[in-house]
Structure formats: structure tokens, C-alpha cells
Ligand binder design. Structure first.
Ligand SMILES: [Fe+2]
Length: 447
């Protein structure tokens, strides 16, 4: 009996060791795969990043190691400076500094050509601002191209006197499907947008599909130290960006702690309290309200991220006077009423939480910058490269469309106009957010 037990113990130990070996082999193989796919060795760029009022980064990759020479100067005139990096490398980054705000510049990377860019206006400058927002743009192909072409055709037909075609290019995350691998970023972003990236940096939100490899934060240079305005965050996962009258906060709803009192929540609260910019927009991937291809009521959907965003971050956004929240994740379009104090599931929405239903395409809110809980519009834009199914019946929404498209947002003085340009070039939805009159904000009932 004793001998049999010993044999059985030895056999189960061997089985356990075999299982552990298999798990280690699988884990090791997976690690190698993730590391391998986080890397891209081909040629890329040049592309711009971290364009501020006084500087810009120019990045590119070469197949063989080479030195770098960049010439640049104001577009008006022939004066050019030359920056030389003699060390040979395949990955290149040159930062141009000491630039003049709100000015056209040209640059050229020796051997690779260059482009033209427009520096950001100083924070607080009362200039009109045009944003283009792609939602979940990571599926390359004809549908994504049709959406881009439609938005640019619309913008080209409506140029702004004395201003660039557009100022800011944002995404709501999921920039490269399925895994955010570096080769997928090449296919979904760098190949189709090569021309645009030479002139304008993309400001990307961090989506769940971006987080499966280690490429995102390697590719993008984001202002952890407050380089673009706002409070330094100390991380590229969340940060602020000032552009003329606009303050934008980018949040990481994928990998950051979404708890009340988390590092990101504390930074967000402090950053919004510190800014005096009249217009405030927040950008992150997981929407607090959606009944599209994701359901913000379901705790199990996306591991509760949408619920935690709504319960822990939305109160801070509203207290900090955020006017507009842009999210993706659901691959369609939804636009809310002007809301305040709606932090629960969709069946807890009460009429007093709707400050303006926006049914006529115009919302009115007080002019005071940062007035707390004076009304926020929540837009889900996730259909810039793929359309999915969903009931689109969230009661917080004033409009909802199962249609592909992207957003063009114009801010001018006291008005913000958001247009959803569909893939055929039609304005499928639009609204104006008009700031006028007195009003100090409000407190939520029951608090
Ligand atoms: Fe997503």
C-alpha cells in the first residue's frame, strides 16, 4: 500500500512538473511574441509629435543606421537652421525648440524630405480652433479611407480665413487593431497617414487594443512634464494640452487605476482646478454612457471600466467645468443631452440631470469658465474605421447613429460647433454649445 502511494505521489509530481513546464513554455513563447511584435524595423516617417507653442519633435526610422541632419526655419523667408546628430542610429528624434507661437515653419530631414507645420498659439490666445477627431481608427482599409477623405473634403471646402486647415488631430483610442503591435501601427497609421503626419501630430487616446503590445508609448511622445500646458502629470498615460482658448485632458481608462483618489484622479482634479481656459475637453477611450456595441450599464463589459469612469472620473470632469467628453470603444456615434450629476446606470437618469436636451441642436450653458456641473456633452465616436451593432437606446443620448464617420469641431469665441461627418461627406449630426449669460454652476441634488 505504502509503495503504491509513493508511486502515485511520484506520478502526480511528474504531472505537476510537466504542467508547470508547459505553462512556462507557453508564457515564455507569449513573452517572446509580445516583445517581437512590439518592434518594427522598417522605414517610418518623418512624423511630428508633441507640437507645442515653442517646439516640435520630428521622429523617423531608417532601415540602416544613419546620422541625422534637419534643416528648419520660418516658412516666411529663407533663413534655415541646421541640426546635426552625428551618431548613426536607425531610430531618430530631433526636437526643434525656441519656435515662435502660432507661426508656419518648414523643415527637411536630409534624404527623406520634410513638411510644413504651424506652432500652437499661446495658451489663452483667443483664436478659433478646429479639431478633427477619429474614433477607433485602427482598422485600415477602404472604409477608414472614405471617412478620412469625407472629413478632409468637408474641411477643404470650408477653410478658415488666415488659419491652417485644421489645428488638432485627436483619436479616441484603439489606433491599431487587433493588438496595437508595431507592424499594425505601421499599417493602420503610418502608411495611410504618412502625408498628414509630416505636418500635424496625432494626439492619441490609449485604447484596450493599443495596450496588448508595448508599442504605443514607444511610438508616441506625449507631454508627461506639462510641455504642452496644464499640470505636469509625470506620466505619458494622462496629460493636458493647451491650444489657444482650449484645454484638453487625455486620460488612460485602459491601464490606469480608475478608483476615486487614484493618481490619475488626483492629477485630473488638480489640473482642472488650475486652468483658467474657457473651453475644456476630456478625451479617453471608455465611454461613461453608451448603448452601442458596448453597454455602459454592464459591470462585466470591459471589466467595469465604463462604470468606474462614470462613478469616479465623471464627477471630477463635471466639477472641473469640462464642456465636452470624447470617447470611443463603441463602434458607432452617440451624442448626449447637456448633463450633470448622472453617475449611475441608465435607469437612474432623472429629468433634473438634463440641463438642456439639445433636441434643437443647440445647448446653452453659463459663460463662466470652469463653472462646476454647468453641463457637459458626452460624445461617443468609435466608427471611424469599423461599424458595429447595438441598440443605441441610452436615455442620456440626444442623438445616436449606426454610421461611420469622424468629428470636426470648431471653437470660436463663445461657441463650439461639433459636426459628425459621415463617410459620404454628409453632416449626419451637429450641435452648437453656446456659452452665454451668468451662472455659477450647481451642486448635485442630494449632495
Ligand atoms: Fe475599445
Amino acid at each position: 500500500m505504502g509503495r503504491r502511494r509513493a508511486i502515485a505521489v511520484r506520478a502526480s509530481r511528474r504531472l505537476l512538473l510537466l504542467l508547470l513546464a508547459l505553462v512556462a513554455l507557453w508564457g515564455g513563447g507569449r513573452l517572446v511574441q509580445v516583445a517581437w511584435e512590439s518592434h518594427y524595423a522598417g522605414a517610418r516617417g518623418p512624423y511630428l509629435q508633441l507640437l507645442t507653442s515653442d517646439g516640435v519633435s520630428i521622429l523617423w526610422q531608417t532601415v540602416r543606421p544613419s546620422s541625422a541632419v534637419v534643416r528648419f526655419g520660418p516658412a516666411a523667408g529663407d533663413a534655415r537652421e541646421e541640426l546635426v546628430v552625428p551618431e548613426a542610429d536607425t531610430r531618430h528624434r530631433v526636437r526643434l525648440e525656441g519656435l515662435v507661437p502660432d507661426t508656419d515653419y518648414v523643415y527637411e530631414v536630409a534624404g527623406l524630405g520634410g513638411g510644413r507645420f504651424h506652432t500652437a498659439p499661446a495658451a489663452g490666445a483667443r483664436v478659433p480652433v478646429r479639431l478633427w477627431v477619429q474614433g477607433d481608427p485602427g482598422y485600415p482599409g477602404p472604409a477608414a479611407e472614405a471617412v478620412v477623405e469625407a472629413a478632409f473634403a468637408w474641411m477643404r471646402a470650408r477653410p478658415r480665413a488666415g488659419r491652417p486647415l485644421l489645428d488638432l488631430w485627436l483619436t479616441t483610442g484603439d489606433n491599431a487593431y487587433r493588438s496595437g503591435s508595431n507592424p499594425q501601427f505601421q499599417k493602420a497609421l503610418f502608411e495611410p497617414r504618412a502625408g498628414l503626419l509630416r505636418h500635424l501630430p496625432v494626439w492619441p487616446a490609449y485604447g484596450n487594443h493599443d495596450a496588448r503590445r508595448w508599442a504605443f508609448f514607444d511610438i508616441f511622445e506625449l507631454p508627461a512634464a506639462g510641455e504642452a500646458g496644464g499640470l505636469p502629470s509625470g506620466t505619458e498615460h494622462w496629460f493636458a494640452l493647451d491650444y489657444g482658448p482650449l484645454h484638453v485632458v487625455f486620460l488612460d481608462t485602459q491601464s490606469a487605476d480608475l478608483g476615486a483618489g487614484s493618481d490619475m484622479a488626483r492629477w485630473l482634479e488638480a489640473d482642472l482646478a488650475a486652468t483658467d481656459q474657457p473651453w475644456r475637453i476630456a478625451v479617453f477611450h471608455h465611454p461613461p454612457y453608451t448603448k452601442g456595441s458596448h453597454d455602459s450599464d454592464r459591470w462585466r463589459d470591459s471589466r467595469g471600466r465604463m462604470v468606474r469612469v462614470r462613478e469616479n472620473l465623471v464627477p471630477l470632469l463635471e466639477a472641473g467645468g469640462v464642456d465636452l467628453v470624447l470617447s470611443g470603444h463603441s463602434h458607432m456615434y452617440e451624442r448626449s443631452h447637456l448633463l450633470a450629476c448622472h453617475y449611475g446606470a441608465s435607469d437612474t437618469l432623472r429629468p433634473d440631470m438634463i440641463l438642456d436636451d439639445g433636441g434643437d441642436g443647440e445647448y446653452v450653458k453659463p459663460a463662466r469658465p470652469g463653472a462646476p456641473r454647468a453641463g457637459t456633452v458626452y460624445v461617443v465616436i468609435g466608427s471611424s474605421s469599423k461599424l458595429d451593432q447595438g441598440p443605441l437606446d441610452h436615455p442620456a443620448m440626444a442623438a445616436a447613429l449606426a454610421r461611420m464617420g469622424s468629428l470636426v469641431i470648431d471653437i470660436d469665441g463663445p461657441r463650439l460647433v461639433l459636426r459628425f461627418i459621415d463617410r459620404d461627406g454628409a453632416v449626419a449630426d451637429a450641435f452648437t454649445l453656446h456659452k452665454t449669460g451668468a451662472g455659477a454652476g450647481r451642486t448635485c441634488p442630494g449632495t
